[in-house]
Design a binder for this molecule. Structure first.
Ligand code: GDP
Ligand code: MG
Length: 163
């Protein structure tokens, strides 16, 4: 079976934009409104002669902080079960949140290979903010801008070493 990489993270960090960038598609719905990716989206990525499937998660309607946290955790548990590698997307513009810390705790316990994607690193200065995500205890964050594509090559280079 093809390797499966799952994208997880709280709403609005840019998971669907990253999915679209890595699959070079417009499949996933990107919007300013939180919680608009209704279904799990699957796509294929080919990089340096290696192929993997990518899944975008986060299909839920956000009613409250508690519901949101439960739903994120549910998606994270599914990802831990089915994925070979997990991309944990965080937002450098917004910074570290309690929800990020909660997700990191679950991911650390899972023992699965996790890559922290410090998204919205649109320029060097903001990319520097990624350092704060070292404290999640999941290794080196990869500074990426899913909007302009910067850092995505390095991210893909790293992902394919993890299979
Ligand atoms: P999701 O809820 O995690 O799937 O997030 P989306 O992909 O729907 O993106 C949420 C918002 O963040 C949208 O307005 C995107 O255009 C924006 N966004 C996503 N990636 C980036 C990025 O690299 N830089 C900036 N500046 N905005 C981004
Ligand atoms: Mg989405």
């Amino acid at each position: 079976m093809k390797n499966l990489v799952a994208i997880v993270g709280r709403p609005n960090v840019g998971k669907s934009t990253l999915f679209n960038r890595l699959t070079q598609s417009r499949q996933a719905i990107v919007t300013e409104i939180e919680g608009t990716t209704r279904d799990r989206q699957y796509g294929n990525v080919s990089w340096n002669g290696k192929e993997f499937s990518l899944v975008d998660t986060g299909g839920w309607v956000v009613n409250s902080e508690d519901v949101m946290e439960d739903e994120i955790n549910k998606q994270v548990l599914i990802a831990i079960q089915e994925a070979d590698v997990i991309l944990f997307v965080v937002d450098v513009m917004n910074g570290l949140t309690d929800l990020d810390t909660g997700v990191a705790q679950i991911l650390r316990k899972s023992g699965k290979p996790v890559v922290i994607v410090a998204n919205k690193s649109d320029n060097f200065e903001i990319g520097f903010q990624a350092a704060e995500f070292y404290s999640l205890g999941l290794g080196d964050p990869f500074s990426v801008s899913s909007i302009n594509g910067s850092g995505t090559g390095d991210l893909l280079d790293h992902i394919v070493t993890l299979f």
